[in-house]
Design a protein around this ligand. Structure first.
Ligand SMILES: Cc1cc2nc3c(=O)[nH]c(=O)nc-3n(C[C@H](O)[C@H](O)[C@H](O)COP(=O)(O)OP(=O)(O)OC[C@H]3O[C@@H](n4cnc5c(N)ncnc54)[C@H](O)[C@@H]3O)c2cc1C
Ligand code: FES
Length: 248
């Protein structure tokens, strides 16, 4: 794990309040799909966790796709190429790339990011990959080009029907009869619960409020679904858990 001042190469608006930040640094060396970095933002003690969307170990670059929610992410959005930002990582366990003939990757809003590298690595090993993305409205839609670069055209839904299928990502999966041997999902709780009702095998990535991001403070615990005395630190034992493993 490294705590490094990484160089911002790109920081561009890609959808409503949503940015693509491309960074470069040695930290990239150990990245796995579905892991995250904890970013130090000037003026704030607590770092902000953001999933690693994709990475290129040869060029030591990595991409974050992030939505501005509050002051920290707003400050990130104001940063410019050439500036540096301190990133601690790689953190968390990441998505295991399991052998499967087909996989369905489901992203809800800000949960789209970590699915890009996951899709790449599944496709590289010969798995047929289907990607389903859900957003509130057309202005929020992003990430299509990241998957298209991998030769995957995502299915997209919007709650209000202003772009793609009208409804949520799970409605879309059901309407189109999209199936796969394994599922990988990241997004809001409600979506993850629906994923667990729909797929038996696979992984979900939890997004909950964190503090240290590295297993030291217990601010991010969740409970085992079966054993009520067993807890996991989402930042350390997660953020990725097996379908059915934890209480969402
Ligand atoms: C493991 C992990 C990976 C993440 N990956 C991404 C990503 O790839 N892209 C992305 O856009 N965001 C991601 N997030 C969420 C991101 O960390 C928060 O949006 C960010 O920390 C908010 O910081 P802020 O200073 O802008 O907002 P704050 O001022 O801290 O909060 C603004 C509002 O956002 C809410 N909020 C803060 N943190 C979270 C959170 N973790 N989940 C839900 N609501 C929150 C607050 O309750 C408040 O209402 C991830 C979070 C985790 C835990
Ligand atoms: S955020 Fe400190 S233990 Fe997870």
């Amino acid at each position: 794990m490294l705590d490094e001042k990484v160089l911002i190469i790109e920081n561009s608006l890609i959808a409503a309040d949503t940015y693509r930040m491309v960074l470069q640094g040695e930290i990239t060396e150990e990245f796995k799909p579905g892991q995250f970095v904890n970013l130090e933002i000037e003026g704030y003690t607590l770092r902000r966790p953001i999933s690693i969307s994709s990475f290129d170990k040869q060029n030591k670059t990595f991409t974050l796709l992030y939505k501005v929610l509050g002051e920290g992410t707003q400050k990130m959005a104001e940063m410019e190429p050439g500036q540096k930002i301190k990133a601690l990582g790689a953190l968390g366990n990441g998505f295991p790339i399991e052998k499967a003939a087909s996989a369905v990757l489901i992203g809800g809003g800000a949960g789209t990011g970590p699915l890009v590298q996951t899709a790449k690595e599944l496709k590289d090993q010969g798995t047929e990959v289907k990607v389903v993305l859900g957003f509130p409205t057309k202005a929020d839609v992003y990430g299509e080009e990241d998957f298209e670069k991998l030769g995957i055209t995502p299915y997209v839904s919007t709650d209000d029907g202003t772009y793609g299928f009208k409804g949520n990502a799970i409605d879309l999966i059901k309407a189109e009869g999209i199936t796969g041997e394994i599922a990988y999902a990241c997004g809001p709780k409600r979506m993850l619960m629906a994923v667990e009702d729909t797929f038996e095998r696979g992984y979900i990535s939890l997004d909950i409020r964190m503090a240290c991001g590295m297993g030291a403070c217990m601010a991010c615990v969740c409970k085992d679904k079966e054993d009520k005395d067993k807890y996991y630190r989402v930042c350390k034992e997660g953020p990725v858990f097996k379908i059915g493993q934890v209480e969402i």
